[in-house]
Write a protein that binds this ligand. Structure first.
Ligand SMILES: Nc1ncnc2c1ncn2[C@@H]1O[C@H](COP(=O)(O)OP(=O)(O)OP(=O)(O)O)[C@@H](O)[C@H]1O
Length: 277
């Protein structure tokens, strides 16, 4: 990825090498009331090292997009590639932080974080070292031996983030990771995510309902249409980095971004989604 600096010191990102591509993807689920077409002719390209946020109406298929990329589900039509490989089964190139609390309750923080390394057969000494460093990196030092039930919601999110990052996936999928947290904690975790991302520059696809969060974190925000979904707007965020989660909303470009994104979302609120094919 090439980063050129415009006169106003805003980093303009040009997608030099795509990390993720959806081309003409269609996804239909079979529901009790018949087929549910969630994605139709859905196309999206994400550049290597890009932080992309995805917003859109509830039920428009945001999680479906992540599940398809993770290879947990298969498209009915179209092609998905990740790091130049077709996704046609479980995609081990991605780390996936889902909405749900997925820590194993019978394992301590360090035992939870170690799971991906155990699966990959990483030797125990290396495992200990990497787990310790990662736990410190997400601010959980001192809580290694705690069980999930002994942690706050924010600490559990940190532990899940550590477990997702531990095997150093090239691409990170995050599905409303901070959704249920209170506003202050959300800001703290957003700041930490930005710090971790700026150190590693992984490709990130981050699903959220929060437009401010999307503008704060992302290089580009895409808005999905109601079902059957496509990308209806792509907004490149013209706010320089490093960004402060507290100051982003005072950046000159913030208001215009917010207005355009909200306009695209507002137009679809209450609009019925078309489920008949
Ligand atoms: N495995 C499945 N079987 C049947 N229907 C499904 C399945 N997975 C998702 N759906 C339906 O597909 C639609 C899109 O779901 P998805 O979770 O991708 O939307 P979303 O945009 O992430 O929603 P939200 O913002 O509410 O989290 C929804 O109507 C959902 O009920």
């Amino acid at each position: 990825m090439r980063v050129c600096h415009a006169p106003e010191a805003v980093a303009v990102l040009e997608i030099a090498k795509p990390a993720v591509e959806f081309k003409g993807v269609r996804k239909v689920f079979q529901s009790r009331s018949g087929p549910l077409e969630v994605l139709r002719d859905f196309s999206l390209t994400v550049g290597e090292g890009e932080f992309l946020a995805v917003v859109g109406p509830s039920g428009s298929g945001k999680s479906t997009v992540l599940n398809l990329l993770a290879g947990l589900d298969a498209p009915d039509e179209g092609v998905i590639t990740c790091n130049s490989r077709f996704v046609d089964g479980v995609n081990t190139d991605v780390g996936y932080l889902t909405q749900h609390d997925s820590l194993l309750p019978w394992r301590t923080v360090e035992e939870n974080v170690a799971v991906p390394l155990e699966i990959r057969g990483v030797p125990i000494a290396e495992r200990r070292e990497r787990v310790g460093a990662m736990i410190a990196g997400v601010g959980l030092k001192g809580f290694e031996r705690h069980y999930p039930s002994q942690l706050s919601g924010g600490m559990r999110k940190r532990a899940m983030l550590a477990r997702t990052l531990i095997y150093d996936p090239a691409t990170l999928l995050m599905d409303e990771p901070f959704g249920p947290l209170d506003a202050q904690l959300k800001l703290v975790l957003q700041a930490e995510l930005m710090r971790l991302w700026s150190e590693s520059r992984k490709t990130v696809i981050f699903v959220t309902h929060d437009i401010v969060e999307a503008i704060t974190l992302a290089d580009r925000v895409v808005v999905l249409s109601p079902r059957p979904s496509r990308v209806k707007l792509g907004e490149r965020i013209a706010i320089g980095r490093p960004r402060s989660v507290h100051d982003v909303r005072f950046a000159p470009a913030f208001e215009d971004h917010y207005r355009r994104l909200w306009g695209a979302i507002e137009a679809d609120i209450g609009r019925p989604q078309h489920d008949h094919q």
